[in-house]
Structure formats: structure tokens, C-alpha cells
Design a protein around this ligand. Structure first.
Ligand SMILES: Nc1ncnc2c1ncn2[C@@H]1O[C@H](COP(=O)(O)OP(=O)(O)OP(=O)(O)O)[C@@H](O)[C@H]1O
Ligand SMILES: [Mg+2]
Length: 296
């Protein structure tokens, strides 16, 4: 029979852990988002990390879909020639005639020629494919090359509440274009040691863009993805991230689960593919935090 004297402290420890949440802090109180009576102007958020495969695209799709579920009008911009954002939303991007590439390099193409609705109500997409890989070279000789994306998005700012830009894993000209027109940068970060080093370089770039091109730019927050609380390594990296970045780390943490790779194959967000899954609930919680922090 369990001895009451030893059972009680164990119970207490379990409760304390639950109260602390995966970041090791007590989760902040986040209210349910209020419905909006009017829309725009959009908060532009660059989803950025030059490290590959950290969950930028997955977070763009699922945060976008969750914001749309809360009645926000959302535009997703695929700024990666891999076109994973477009593919993840079920768009046959290889066959598209007009993409973000045309928008960036051909002044006669208007944003409405490229805009697409998705299957999620309130969620639109500017798709891309491999054509975009030429843009970095084509833009180099342009005057105001870093502001090209900002210029093309300007006409639709009033239509949306959020514009999320899915950046490629580099800090090249396309990513600088995203940072130059963004209000904030949201950094998805895989919970492993080498990710921490990359964040210092990313912060340098964000500071430079802030000082030289876009004084509005701020850090929206860091979201830890692919977290596995069972490994000591993940818990150690998490506590280091919270130590260094403090309150900018979202309380919401995205756990590692095979449901996400499944959704890429299905070509839809986890919020429609498996709406009751913990992954879907996590991105809804992230959306509540993003809405709360941005006040939109
Ligand atoms: N929470 C998660 N759990 C398990 N797998 C995940 C999770 N999030 C993303 N993945 C998977 O990890 C891979 C990389 O994710 P994703 O494409 O979102 O990263 P990325 O940062 O956009 O990559 P890239 O730098 O190549 O653009 C994908 O196969 C995706 O399905
Ligand atoms: Mg990606």
C-alpha cells in the first residue's frame, strides 16, 4: 500500500509541474479573442529562421488557419522557392502561371492576379514555386530592391488583419524583403542546442534591418517547435531559451508529433485535418497569444 507520507510530495510535484507549463514558467492568462467588427490594416509578421526544417512553414499554415478560425482575415505569403507553403495548402504550385515571382519582378502584374482563396474560410494565399529562385538575382539591380515585397503588399493591407510571410531558410534578399515590410518577426525554433547559435545571427540581421530599413520591426516572439518533453536535452535547451529570451518566448509550445508530416501530405492545416488533436489545439493557443500580444 502506498505510504501517505511519500505519496503526498509526489502529488504536489506533479501539480507544480502542471502549473508551470512546458516553458518552465506559469502560463500567462490569455483571454478568448473577441470577435472583430471591422478588418485591417494588417499586422505583417515575417515567419523567419535561417535554419532549415524548424517548422516555419508548418507554423505559417497552422497559425494562419487558427487566426482565420478566430474570425481574422489572413493572407499567407509563400516567399520560399521550395513552395512548401503552397503545397501544404493543397495548391499544385508547379503548374501555376502567376506566382509571387511575377509580382516581384513584373510591375504590370497586380496582386489580385496572383491571390488565391484556400479551403479555409478567411485564409488567402500568394503562392510560389521554383520560379522565385531567380528573383534574388533579378532584384539585385533594382532601385529600392529591399522594399519590393512591401510595395506589392501595400494595396491589400486594409483587407486583412494578418499577413504571414513564410521565409526561406536563408538571410538573403528575399528574407530581407520580408523583414523590411514586417511589423514583427516570429521565430519558430526547433528545440535543440544548435538552434540557439543561429538565433544570435538572426537577431543581428533583425537589428540591422530595424536600424537601416524598417524602424517599426520588432520581435513578435519565439515559438518552440518539435518539443519532446521526455528528453532531458529538449528540457535543457528550453530552459536556456527562456533564460536568454525571457517573456518573448510564447507559453505555447508545439510538441513533436507525426500528425504534422501527415498534414503536408494531406495538403491542409492540422486544424481541419485533425481538429481535435493536441497539435491543432497548440496552434489555436498560439493564435490566442499572437492576437493578445498584437491587440488585433
Ligand atoms: N511539431 C512537429 N512535429 C513533427 N514534425 C514536424 C513538426 N513541425 C513540422 N514538422 C515536420 O518537419 C519538417 C520541416 O517542417 P517545416 O517544413 O515546417 O520547416 P521549415 O522551417 O519551413 O523548413 P524549411 O527551412 O525547409 O523551409 C516537415 O516535414 C514537417 O512536416
Ligand atoms: Mg519552409
Amino acid at each position: 500500500m502506498a505510504d501517505a507520507g511519500t505519496a503526498a510530495p509526489r502529488l504536489f510535484a506533479a501539480t507544480a509541474e502542471a502549473e508551470l507549463g512546458p516553458t518552465g514558467r506559469p502560463p500567462r492568462e490569455i483571454p478568448e479573442p473577441a470577435p472583430l467588427s471591422s478588418h485591417g490594416p494588417a499586422k505583417v509578421i515575417a515567419m523567419c529562421n535561417q535554419k532549415g526544417g524548424v517548422g516555419k512553414t508548418t507554423s505559417t499554415i497552422n497559425l494562419g488557419a487558427s487566426l482565420a478560425d478566430y474570425g481574422r482575415r489572413v493572407l499567407l505569403v509563400d516567399l520560399d522557392p521550395q513552395g512548401a507553403l503552397s503545397a501544404g495548402l493543397g495548391v499544385a504550385h508547379h503548374d501555376l502561371e502567376l506566382t509571387v515571382h511575377n509580382l516581384l519582378v513584373e510591375p504590370r502584374v497586380s496582386i489580385d492576379d496572383v491571390l488565391m482563396r484556400t479551403r479555409v474560410e478567411g485564409l488567402d494565399l500568394l503562392p510560389s514555386n521554383i520560379d522565385l529562385s531567380a528573383a534574388e538575382i533579378q532584384l539585385v539591380t533594382e532601385v529600392g530592391r529591399e522594399q519590393t515585397l512591401g510595395r506589392v503588399l501595400y494595396p491589400v493591407l486594409e483587407r486583412y488583419d494578418y499577413i504571414l510571410i513564410d521565409c526561406q531558410p536563408s538571410l538573403g534578399l528575399l528574407t530581407v524583403n520580408a523583414l523590411a515590410c514586417a511589423d514583427s518577426v516570429l521565430i519558430p525554433m526547433e528545440c535543440e542546442f544548435f538552434s540557439l547559435r543561429g538565433l544570435a545571427l538572426l537577431n543581428d540581421t533583425v537589428d540591422k534591418v530595424h536600424d537601416r530599413l524598417n524602424p517599426r520591426l520588432e520581435l513578435a516572439g519565439i515559438v518552440v517547435t518539435m518539443f519532446d518533453s521526455r528528453t532531458l536535452h529538449a528540457r535543457e535547451v528550453m530552459s536556456r531559451v527562456v533564460e536568454v529570451f525571457g517573456d518573448t518566448v510564447y507559453d505555447t509550445v508545439i510538441n513533436r508529433t507525426v500528425r504534422f508530416p501527415e498534414t503536408s501530405v494531406a495538403g491542409e492545416p492540422i486544424t481541419t485535418w485533425a481538429p481535435k488533436s493536441t497539435g491543432a489545439e497548440a496552434y489555436r493557443a498560439l493564435a490566442r497569444e499572437v492576437i493578445h500580444r498584437s491587440g488585433r
